[in-house]
Design a protein around this ligand. Structure first.
Ligand code: Q9C
Ligand code: ZN
Length: 342
């Protein structure tokens, strides 16, 4: 399969994220994509191609217009207010008892549009995030044109980003943008399977009330793990989308046997739905030595994920999400992709 890749991801290189009370170096860093690209080449997965431009329309089909304007201008506003020495991070949020109205001041605006203080906005964030969306759209267009599969090797990742919300290292929801674009090309049914260690709260929220995009996610139980406030088993979709969301939360310490059962259950739900195209939110932070995660999949087990996904026999767009064990991220991602190809 072809890999879509652009060097522009380097423009997102945050200096710090608030973690455990400390301002720590970011874990979502450029080396992640470099390691995966090196492995794509070493294993000869296929040609590496550059993304095309799709304009703003496919972004606006998923994200709120006010949010996109904020994201495009946030760094300049931050720099004007605070200088450019530090990344832009929020420190107040419109939680319960506060009013849900957008402030004018940049510090208020960041809190309004962010879900955490771990997702720094930098001078290059807009360019990197929009390129990551283009990478995802280009991979979707390859599959729409008849390729059995394609790999969107982009960063920053996307699955925590909702229509008007950034967080969890995500700004634009690359998988959702690809899925919506496929729908807008006339593809009747799209399924998204999210195998990142964290629940894809943004993707779920975007398609919550829709029957034309099925969302299934296997992740650490939100009672224990980020994003804490979505991803429980009883969230099944709303309105027209009732029954079109399926969550498989698993406890800390989950190993392959329990993971495989959840993967199989998720895949059976997708088989029942019968999508024309499958979008996979591919996180490999389920790895046993991931620095921020607590599942225990070994490198030798990632190919089993790829083999199960191949069993779905659907045109498939892989969109890169998380995975922070930089040394092994390429081996683990390629484990899934190479096994998918068989
Ligand atoms: N700074 C993805 O895997 N942060 N995002 C936990 C606090 C949130 C992970 C530590 C982790 C988000 C795409
Ligand atoms: Zn993750």
């Amino acid at each position: 399969m072809k890999t879509v890749y652009s060097e522009n991801h380097h423009r997102q290189h945050g200096r710090g994220e608030l973690t455990d009370g400390y301002l720590m170096p970011v874990v979502e860093k450029p080396e992640r994509a470099e390691m995966i690209l090196a492995r794509v080449k070493a294993e000869g997965l296929g040609e590496v191609v550059a993304p095309h431009d799709f304009g703003r329309e496919p972004l606006a089909a998923v994200h709120d217009a006010g949010y996109l304007d904020f994201l495009e201008n946030a760094w300049d506003a931050w720099e004007a207010e605070h200088g450019g020495e530090r990344d832009a991070l929020p420190l107040i949020w419109p939680v319960r008892t506060l009013r849900q109205a957008r402030p004018e001041n940049i510090d208020g605006k960041i809190g309004y549009y962010a879900m955490d203080a771990g997702t720094p906005i930098t001078a290059g964030t807009w360019q990197a995030a929009t390129t990551s969306a283009k990478v995802s759209l280009t991979a979707a267009s390859l599959v729409h044109a008849g390729a059995p599969s394609a790999f969107a090797l982009g960063r920053p990742p996307g699955h925590h980003a909702a229509a008007d919300l950034l967080g969890g290292y995500c700004f634009l929801n690359n998988a959702a943008i690809a899925a919506q674009w496929l729908r807008d090309q006339g593809v009747p049914r799209v399924a998204i399977l999210d195998v990142d260690y964290h629940h894809g709260n943004g993707t779920q929220a975007i398609f919550d009330d829709r029957a034309d995009v099925f969302f299934a996610s296997i992740h650490a139980d939100p009672r224990q793990e980020f994003p804490y406030f979505l991803g429980h088993a009883d969230e099944t979709g709303s309105g027209a989308g009732e029954g079109h969301t399926a969550n498989f939360p698993l406890p800390w310490g989950t190993e392959w046997p329990a993971y495989a059962e959840a993967l199989d259950a998720a895949c059976r739900r997708i088989e029942d739905y019968g999508p024309d195209v499958l979008v996979v939110s591919l996180g490999v932070d389920t790895f046993e030595r991931d620095p921020i995660s607590r599942f225990r999949l070994s490198s030798g087990e990632f190919p089993r994920i790829g083999a199960r996904l191949a069993g779905l026999k659907r045109p498939t767009v892989f969109v890169m999400e998380g995975g922070y064990a930089v040394e092994e991220i390429g081996v683990n991602a390629l484990g899934v992709l190479a096994a998918f190809e068989g």
